[in-house]
Design a protein around this ligand. Structure first.
Ligand SMILES: [Zn+2]
Length: 173
């Protein structure tokens, strides 16, 4: 299992508590690509949607997900992550990462659907306990992640589909 996008400064290790995880084996600079979800695009009627796929793919559109050929699929979630998402499928360091640190991103940076959620025990002070849907991400966290949330959730195509502000306020009154 390998991908030309896998950052050679990172390595997959088995952990006792939660299966495979990805760790930095040397310092990584802010902005470096860690890995890319470069597998085939699977839509929601793909068969079979196994638990393995459910837990290791990234959402790239309203009804589309991608797996990875390399280790992207083994990057774990954290509510206080050191990485974010560029475009729709590239995992990038959001801050400098030190050798030995686990490499994580926040799964709500890409997921917005009604059938996937996860109890979180990341242990961070910022832990939101249950995650699974960008809709529920607090505004403060969205601000903090600005520039690192999937284009499919924040991109121009979504903004265009919203009615203009004036119409929205009219329908309220
Ligand atoms: Zn958490």
């Amino acid at each position: 299992m390998s991908s030309p996008y896998d950052n050679p400064k990172a390595v997959v290790r088995r952990t006792r508590k939660y299966g495979r995880a990805v760790f930095a084996r040397e310092d990584i600079r802010k902005g470096e690509t860690i890995a890319v979800f470069d597998g085939p695009v699977l839509d929601d009627d793909f068969e079979p949607w196994t638990d393995d796929l459910r837990n290791h793919t990234i959402q790239v559109g309203p009804t589309e997900w991608r797996d990875s050929k390399g280790f992207a699929r083994y990057l774990n979630h954290s509510c206080d992550p050191n990485c974010g998402i560029k475009n729709r499928n590239r995992v990038v360091a959001m801050r400098p990462i030190q050798a030995g640190e686990e490499i994580t991103w926040d799964y709500e940076m890409t997921e917005k659907n009604d059938w996937w959620k996860m109890k979180c025990r990341c242990g961070s002070d910022l832990c939101r306990k249950q995650i699974g849907n960008y809709r529920n991400m607090p505004r403060k966290i969205r601000e903090k992640y600005k520039g690192y949330i999937s284009d499919w959730l924040t991109g121009p195509s979504k903004a265009k589909s919203r009615p203009p502000a004036s119409k929205r306020s009219k329908s309220k009154s």
